[in-house]
Design a binder for this molecule. Structure first.
Ligand code: ADP
Ligand code: MG
Length: 250
């Protein structure tokens, strides 16, 4: 689905991504691991249109998507979540979900005046969708909670939920498990697997927790110093000499 070829992202003289090439197969849950500073988040940011690459290409289903802005990628079904959750803190969990889909009729004053009936219909459909998502993620009991009051793990679940409000094809998850307790991490893992199996989502997941990666991901891609160091099943990766060395430091 995604092919990254010889991608570079330089910040001044610093090569955060330094000639990375990789593929993400349709239907896979691909893991992306590597030591801190390896360039994983920067790679995500370039693929997801947050940063323009210095050079190199990104294609999606054969179409060149290099440097497209996030909203255009969003319409193609390419979504990302952030290492730091981006919720609207004073809105409820349910309202946060209802904020996601763009292009509602009620967005202009003109439409608001002339199409009141249709807006009510859309609102009702959105509400129903949000409740389905909350149910899927097993957090229906939190629907009226202000998002700012959620725990770190619950915010990550909400981020995942926001990807379910639209027709996503591929979702990039940056450290979904960071600072999340074991129980919630399992809930997040289960949601990812179910979205993959039942809704056909493709995932690319950055995560440090190797149990989580080992349970969910195949293949696993290892990055170090802006480059792809190795790729394979979780088991082969963990026995790879270069990978072990990259983690232990040189
Ligand atoms: P990872 O996610 O693998 O930990 P990052 O992609 O966040 O790594 O960062 C890779 C390197 O690029 C780090 O050394 C980081 O300091 C640097 N970097 C990331 N973003 C920027 C930026 N906007 N400006 C300058 N340097 C950056
Ligand atoms: Mg990172």
């Amino acid at each position: 689905m995604i092919r990254v070829e010889n991608l570079h992202k330089h910040f001044g003289g610093f090569h955060a991504v330094d000639g990375a090439s990789l593929e993400i197969a349709t239907g896979s849950i691909t893991g992306l691991i590597g030591p801190n500073g390896a360039g994983k988040s920067t790679l995500f940011n370039v693929i997801a249109g947050v940063h323009k690459p210095t050079s190199g290409t990104v294609t999606m289903d054969g179409e060149d998507i290099t440097g497209l802005p996030p909203h255009e990628l969003f319409h193609k079904g390419l979504l990302r979540t952030f290492q730091i959750a981006h919720e609207f803190p004073t809105m409820t969990v349910r309202e946060n979900l209802m904020m996601v889909p763009g292009g509602q009729t009620g967005e202009t004053l003109w439409n608001a005046w002339f199409q009141r009936g249709r807006i009510a219909e859309e609102e009702a459909a959105l509400l129903k969708k949000a409740d389905e998502v909350l149910d899927f993620l097993t957090i229906s009991h939190l629907k009226d909670e202000r998002a700012g009051n959620l725990s770190g793990g619950q915010k990550k679940l909400l981020e995942l939920g926001r990807t379910m409000m639209v027709e996503a094809k591929i979702v990039f998850l940056d450290e979904v498990g960071a600072g999340v307790n074991r129980t919630l991490l399992n809930t997040i893992g289960d949601a990812i697997v179910r979205l993959n199996q039942e809704r056909g989502y493709t995932f690319c997941v950055i995560e440090h927790d190797m149990d989580f990666i080992g349970r969910l991901c195949d293949p696993v891609i290892v990055m170090a110093e802006g480059k792809v160091l190795a790729e394979g099943s979780p088991d082969t990766i963990m026995q790879n000499e270069a990978v072990i060395e990259a983690y232990l430091g040189r």
